[in-house]
Design a protein around this ligand. Sequence first.
Ligand code: AMP
Length: 199
Amino acid sequence: MRIVFVGPAGAGKGTQAKRLVEYLRIPHLSTGDMLRQARAEHSDLGRQAASHMDAGGLVPDPLVIRMVAERMDRDDCAAGCLLDGFPRTLEQARRLDQYLHDRGIRVDAALELRVDDGELFRRLMERHRPDDTAEVIRERMAVYQAQTRPLLDYYDRQGLLTSVAGVGSPDEVFARIREAVEGRRAASRDGASGVAPAT
Ligand code: AMP
């Protein structure tokens, strides 16, 4: 399965993504982790990404798209992968669709992990990462609203979106995610075999 995992920073996406890739046995492609690694290695990409990341903004689309395409070309992604933190813009989503379409495959499911803004801000302030100053947090939330939220409509229009409430214990949240993924998995199986889903 190819799954897109969408949600603002602080929604608990990282924790849930780890559990989901163990459950589905597919690679976890976190663009945030990949970019942090590029920075640690002082690669060209890392240097180009740094200032955008520090300001709470997005790394330019062409850089991120190339990074993800190179990663998805590797053999371990043949049976699917979990895209965590990508796409983050409509341009990224369209380019991802094009990439998959050229290979005769597609996104099977988009999962939204939803937490309201007040709760997010509180969680992020508690997290104390060096980039988590109040100003950077506000900027990241604004960027999410402006650039990433439109993706929810984009995937909803394709019938691929399931929204999951990100509140409760990690086990409770994961149970919702697992249910959503199993529903989508059944739907793609039926679609692939030409059997109409039950109404
Ligand atoms: P994350 O760990 O997903 O919150 O990502 C950390 C930072 O990396 C973000 O604030 C962005 O600056 C950058 N980043 C991660 N994924 C993307 C993406 N898909 N597009 C652009 N920038 C990204």
